[in-house]
Design a protein around this ligand. Structure first.
Ligand code: AGP
Length: 608
């Protein structure tokens, strides 16, 4: 998704802006640009492609002069990736420059209106409309102009605006798209995400919807749409800089895979007190919990895959019907949901547009929403009734790993907590689950220590063109994630299938050498999955089987086997996902793929 960074201070702005944009590259982008106020003239440089192109164009920022500037990485929505569609966008006479994250839904009628007034557009973007509106409505009072322009916009936006006639300020505005203000010494910053400014400051303000910030070198003032000043609470970011950097690893994804024991441990520890699971974040009485007739899970991508695991876990332990819904589909199917349904929303970023909108729909229909979110203070965290944070730390690689693992950790905590409240688990089971939960980080560590086994298999198999991940029950839920991980970073076609479903059509795709990754961790169904492995082998498939250490016999029914330690059934995905992440990583590395920033993808998908 797009990234915004801005600087106002006493130094040259361009080098900081380029560095800041580098830190936002993980969000995914296809073009980048800068605008600086150079002695009363707004100078724009932008380029399609990677940031490197912009660096070459500006000689690492040296050819751009000025101590006030804004920068942007664009992920195309309206108009193809191109130099001209890249941000910042200037108004017709060059008096205003705008960078924008989000989507202006009514940009077409606005564009038509402005075109009729004789304004000529240069790009195909929705964003240029904003720059043109600024000039069209400007009558000399910048704040009035901002408010007038905002009143015309429908949709979502985080904006950074420069005005040629106000060389000593940046305007920042937000609606439904995150934007922060960083506070420095005689300099201030704006950014769409914390890593962009972390090397400069830890003191930030988070802009809320419909707030307008006027940022100068020595002051930051925030107003509402009635021009009333707003007092902002200072937030001190406690992220470790190293946590937002690669820390010696070649890729963020690998670093984040390796961080999983700690992330899992950090997430569960605050919730374990005196041998009990404590979830103080959940503001529901025991009677309210007992009143729920259904659990609805809303999420996208990997977070949705956690939801599918949760369906198996909650149904088995709580004996309540559970639906795991793709958030992008949920609100368009007139869902049956009310105050007797508990909604669980899962999102690493807390800003995913589809998930956020689905959550709002669930709330509108009376459902109590518990969110599982990684990014503190994000929109989903704020708008849900209760939020349980995953303590994964910043996740930079587009392909999620440690966030997925920590989301699972919260699902187990919830299963144990609700299971206890509902009287569905015995004391012995309670203690057993707790003991297994606490042992997971150590077991993940053991798997990581044998990562070379996975690396070797990747080196044997990375030439494959099609891969099928098969599994039953909770292994099917896991196969969804294994398959997504592989395809998103290695660009190898892969599908996840419920193993019993293959014979209803898909088995016709199996031919000599097709790689089938069979997940065989779910104890009760090992026999069944073995039959499915034999079915595909009989048709020429190469089977890589992932199972638990106690099933050494599966070596003889597969061409290659990977083993993980045992644990209780519901927690097996936390162990089994690790070799799958590693496999995807090593295959992508061997293919020379852009692992942390796969093509066409964005870390945080803030458009519908
Ligand atoms: C997975 O590797 C992807 N990055 C993607 O599927 C992601 O999980 C999805 O876009 C949801 O993001 P969120 O957790 O930030 O809401």
């Amino acid at each position: 998704m797009c990234g915004i960074v801005g600087y106002i201070g006493e130094e040259q702005a361009a080098p900081f802006l380029l560095k800041g944009l580098e830190k936002l590259e993980y969000r995914g982008y296809d073009s980048a640009g800068l605008c600086l106020n150079d002695g009363g003239k707004l100078v724009v440089k932008k380029s399609k492609g990677k940031l490197q192109e912009l660096k070459i164009l500006t000689n690492n920022g040296d050819t751009l002069h000025g101590t006030v500037g804004i920068g942007h990485t664009r992920w195309a929505t309206h108009g193809e990736p191109s130099d001209v569609n890249a941000h910042p966008h200037l108004s017709e006479s060059g008096r205003f420059a705008v960078v924008h994250n989000g989507i202006i839904e009514n940009y077409l009628p606005l564009r038509e209106m402005l075109t009729e007034k004789g304004i000529v557009f240069r790009s195909n973007t929705d964003t240029e409309v904003i720059a043109q509106l600024f000039e069209y409505y400007d009558q000399g009072n910048l704040m009035d102009t901002v408010i007038r322009v905002l009143s015309k916009l429908d949709g979502s936006y985080a904006l950074g605006v420069l005005c040629r006639d106000h060389p000593d300020e940046i305007i920042a505005v937000r609606k439904e798209s995150p934007l922060i203000i960083g506070l420095g010494e005689h300099e201030n910053y704006i950014a769409s995400d914390i890593p962009a400014i972390l090397n400069k400051t830890r003191n930030i303000y988070r802009l809320e919807n419909d707030e307008i910030a006027v940022i100068k070198r020595d002051s930051v003032q925030v107003f509402n749409l009635d021009k009333e000043p707003i007092h902002k609470e200072l937030e001190v970011v406690d992220w470790d800089i190293a946590a937002a950097e690669k820390g010696g690893y070649e890729h963020f994804m690998f670093k984040e895979i390796m961080e999983q024991p700690k992330a899992f441990h950090d997430t569960i520890t605050p919730h374990l007190k005196d041998g009990r699971v404590v979830l103080d974040e959940i503001h529901l009485t025991a009677d309210q919990i007992r009143s729920f007739r259904k659990i609805n899970i809303l999420a996208c991508g990997s977070a949705y895959h956690v939801g599918v695991v949760a369906k198996y876990v909650f149904e088995k332990i709580l004996r309540i019907p559970v639906e795991a819904d793709l958030a992008s589909e949920f609100r368009y199917r007139d869902p049956i949901i009310d105050d007797k349904t508990l909604t669980v929303v899962i999102s690493q970023s807390g800003e995913t547009a589809d998930t956020k909108e689905a959550m709002k729909e669930a709330k509108r229909r009376g459902s109590h929403v518990i969110s599982i979110v990684n990014v503190l203070g994000s929109a989903i965290a704020k708008e849900s009734n209760d939020v349980i944070y995953t303590l994964a730390g910043p996740e930079i690689a587009v392909a999620t790993t440690k966030a997925y693992s920590t989301q699972l950790a919260v699902i187990y905590l919830m299963a144990i907590y609700f299971g206890d409240v509902l009287g569905k688990i015995t004391d012995t089971e309670y203690q057993y689950y707790l003991q297994e939960l606490q042992a997971i980080p150590e077991k993940i560590q053991q798997i990581l220590e044998h990562k070379e086994t996975v690396q070797y298999l990747a080196s044997k198999l990375f030439h494959c063109n099609d891969v099928f991940f098969i599994g039953r029950n909770i292994d099917y839920a896991l196969s969804l994630e294994g398959s997504l991980k592989l395809k998103e970073i290695s660009y190898i076609h892969s599908e996840a299938y419920a193993a019993g479903e293959l014979k209803h059509g898909t088995i016709s795709l199996i031919e000599d050498g097709t790689l089938v990754i069979a997940l065989a961790t779910h104890e009760e169904l090992i026999g069944k999955i073995v039959s499915n492995m034999k079915e595909v082998q009989a048709r020429g498939a190469y089977v890589l089987c992932l199972t638990t250490e106690k099933h050494q016999e599966l070596k003889s029914t597969s061409q290659s086997t990977l083993f993980i330690p045992s644990t209780c059934d519901m927690m097996l995905p936390s162990l089994a996902v690790v070799p799958l992440q590693l496999f995807a990583y090593y295959v992508a590395a061997l293919k020379g793929c852009d692992i942390d920033k796969p093509r066409n993808l964005a870390k945080s998908v803030t458009v519908e």
